[in-house]
Design a binder for this molecule. Structure first.
Ligand code: APR
Length: 235
């Protein structure tokens, strides 16, 4: 089985979803502007400050019952996780096959030579509007290894995700608004292949009308008992 997760699976860990209204310092930040290649070129110090703050915030939160349920399913099935999330909560809950189609806040690379950065990530006890990014030995700026609007998705993660959806006997789409492509096209691919698709989301999405089953509840409520319900849900 393949789980396609979005920001909603981390909401009950206290991580605001991408389209939640940010509070505090970032309320006035346009996520589309600050998470774009153009935003990085124009204001690298602002973009770095925002991701550094999210990196540190993510370290302070914990996986919730939804992440733990997905990890526990590995005792019963061959589970692949395709996530749009840049947090590491699936891995920290114990999932062993996680494909980050939008990258990760816990990986960093040089914007010039693209080499992975393993150097010190500065602490950030309080959010700040502007922090100078570290520099690579080649002189390039260090950036988070996340996919910004307008950038290509990582080839390996994408191919693993397509293979996981094509090879799945069941797809569970959880906590995603299903509006950002190409990731939103993966559950649709499963539908087109005749693979059962279960959507878990308190709100309707463009996937809702084509999913086999839509469960209008939160991830942490539904996922722990989902396996036991499959025979009834899919009969
Ligand atoms: N359980 C399940 N779903 C939830 C929960 C919850 N507790 N809370 C919120 N949701 C749902 C919302 O109803 C919404 O449909 O999670 C979804 C979150 O949608 P987005 O914020 O759009 O997040 P996501 O779908 O992951 O965004 C996709 O867009 O902004 C880019 O790169 C960013 O990866 C992100 C991508």
């Amino acid at each position: 089985m393949t789980v396609c997760s979005g920001a909603g699976i981390s909401a009950e860990s206290g991580v605001p979803t991408f389209r939640d209204v940010e509070t505090g310092l970032w309320a006035k930040v346009d996520p589309y502007e600050i998470s774009s290649a153009e935003g990085w070129r124009e204001h690298p110090e602002r973009v770095w400050a925002w991701y550094l703050w999210r990196h540190h915030m993510m370290r302070a939160v914990a996986p919730n019952n939804a992440h733990r349920a997905v990890a526990a399913w590995e005792d019963y099935a061959d589970v692949h996780v395709v996530t749009q999330n840049v947090d590491n909560l699936h891995e920290r809950a114990g999932s062993s096959r996680v494909y980050h189609v939008h990258g990760s806040l816990f990986d960093f690379r040089c914007d010039e030579c693209q080499s992975a950065y393993a150097g010190e990530i500065p602490a950030m006890p309080e959010p700040a509007e502007s922090v100078t990014p570290p520099q690579c030995e080649c002189g390039g700026l260090i950036r988070p290894d996340v996919v910004w609007f307008g950038e290509a998705l990582p080839d390996d993660a994408w191919q693993q995700s397509v293979d996981a959806v094509v090879g799945a006997d069941l797809v569970v789409a959880v906590g995603t608004s299903s509006v950002v492509y190409p990731a939103a096209g993966l559950p649709e691919l499963a539908v087109a292949n005749g693979t059962p698709v279960i959507e878990v989301n308190p709100e309707p999405t463009p996937l809702s009308t084509s999913a086999t089953v839509t469960l209008r509840e939160s991830a942490a409520t539904v996922l722990p008992g989902l396996l036991q319900r499959l025979p009834a849900l899919l009969s």
